[in-house]
Design a protein around this ligand. Structure first.
Ligand code: GDP
Length: 420
């Protein structure tokens, strides 16, 4: 573990605009190419007398792994700059991107939007920007990529920047701070070093912009919310629920409550990385022990919070959703599975309250008969089993969910209000 602060970074943008290439380039420029790829190269160099370690080599190997369906993908790659340790979280297009992004470990703090200079804004550019706003991404860095293809033309760069700004306006994304950088992921322009090919640009390189991102603030002021991933029995200690502190602080001696199981007690011990600690903060993965709680009293999907400010359990909740993919239409009565934090609960969409224009966020229709892929809507949901969930403007970490059905992420959403 280093003391360098950590950032989860999403790379978003239309297919083929250069997201994977950019990730490969960032790994290459920061000397963060995965060890096994370097090792592989060393072997090949010995056998075949291959030359220097090149960017193309990194790309070929990352691509090959992707084709073989290995989990080592551009997602979950890591690189370190002067300021931060970055983890690339799942990229859109990756099968479980939406689900992972909003339900857990891979919550992105910031994002790089890749827009190809030749294509400009394309359908997924719009979709991902809307998603980024819905999911509360703090800051976007915009890489106008493939500048080499448009001969590093300044006018073309400006035109694409205008298109992207218009899109931001449409979806009311407050982007005064967004930086726009003319790059070529393939050639390396303005990634680590200012490029001679763009003498008209004197702004930051992509790595400088990444270094300048604001540090994510741990939500220690919010009440404790600790979704339970597993429950173990450990001899000599007893029942040990484990999970990640999403918000607030867990201290030994605290009085806590688990919802929806509705049991509670006093925290006796907290363990992190096999060491006993007196307190745990957001982002910490902990196991802990609570006086008087047995293994069958609590389960995965419970959320631990302070006894005097426990997580709410929804009888129904109203949520804003974005339908990503669905083979037909969604009508009231539809009962897919809701994945929220560590819980998976079937829920019935009881009513379709409003349909929104996905690009403006304006109400397009009250009480629509159906919604379909590409639509954004406000819906009311009745979980079929007790579910602990909270309005996302109060506790964002407990207010987002994915809707899954038929092995796919059908929709992503955030909770607007909860009726207990
Ligand atoms: P993704 O689908 O967004 O991940 O896009 P890829 O990274 O797979 O890139 C799609 C294609 O565009 C590939 O053939 C890349 O080699 C090419 N490409 C990506 N970035 C650049 C660039 O900066 N310049 C040029 N000329 N080609 C690029």
């Amino acid at each position: 573990m280093t003391d360098t602060p950590h950032q989860n970074l999403a790379i978003i943008g239309h297919v083929d605009h250069g997201k994977s290439t950019l990730v490969g380039r960032l790994l290459f420029e920061t000397g963060s190419v995965p060890e096994h790829i370097i090792e592989q190269h060393r072997k090949e160099a010995e056998e075949k007398g291959k030359g220097g370690f090149e960017f193309a080599y990194v790309m070929d190997n990352l691509a090959e792994e992707r084709e073989r369906g290995l989990t080592i993908d551009i997602a979950h790659q890591e690189f370190t700059t002067d300021t931060y340790d970055f983890t690339i979280v799942d990229c859109p297009g990756h099968r479980d991107f939406v689900k992972n992004m909003i339900t857990g470990a891979s919550q992105a703090d910031n994002a790089v939007l890749v827009v190809a200079a030749d294509d400009g804004v394309a359908p997924q550019t719009q979709e991902h920007v809307f998603l980024a706003r819905t999911l509360g991404i703090d800051e976007l860095i915009v890489g106008i990529n493939k500048m080499d293809i448009v001969d590093y033309d300044e006018d073309r760069f400006r035109a694409v920047v205008e298109e992207v700004k218009q899109l931001f306006n449409q979806v009311r994304f407050d982007t005064e701070d967004a930086s726009f950088i003319p790059i070529s992921a393939f050639e390396g322009d303005n990634i680590a070093e200012p490029s001679d090919n763009t003498p008209w640009y004197n702004g930051r390189t992509l790595l400088e912009a990444l270094n300048d991102l604001p540090a994510p603030e741990p939500p220690t002021d919010a009440p404790l919310r600790l979704p339970i991933q597993d429950v173990y029995t450990i001899s000599g200690i007893g029942t040990v629920p484990v999970g990640r502190v999403e918000t607030g602080v867990l201290n030994t001696g605290d009085s806590v409550s688990f919802r929806p199981s509705d049991v509670g007690g006093e925290v006796k011990t907290i363990e992190m990385h096999h060491e006993e600690v007196p307190t745990a903060e957001p982002g910490d993965n902990v196991g802990f022990n609570v006086r008087g709680i047995g293994k069958d009293d609590i389960r995965r999907g419970d959320v631990c919070g302070p006894a005097d400010d426990p997580p709410s359990v929804a009888e129904t909740f109203q949520a804003q959703i974005v339908v990503m993919q669905h083979p037909s239409v969604i009508t009231p009565g539809y009962t897919p599975v809701f994945h929220a934090h560590t819980a998976q609960v079937a829920g019935t969409i009881e009513s379709l309250d409003k349909k929104m224009d996905p690009s403006s966020g304006e109400v397009a229709e009250e009480n629509p008969d159906y919604i379909e892929a590409g639509d954004a809507a406000v819906v009311t949901v009745r979980p079929q089993k007790p579910l602990s969930i909270e309005p996302s403007d109060e506790i964002p970490e407990l207010g987002s969910f994915a809707i899954r059905d038929m092995g796919q992420t059908v929709a992503a959403g955030k909770v607007l209000a909860v009726s207990e």
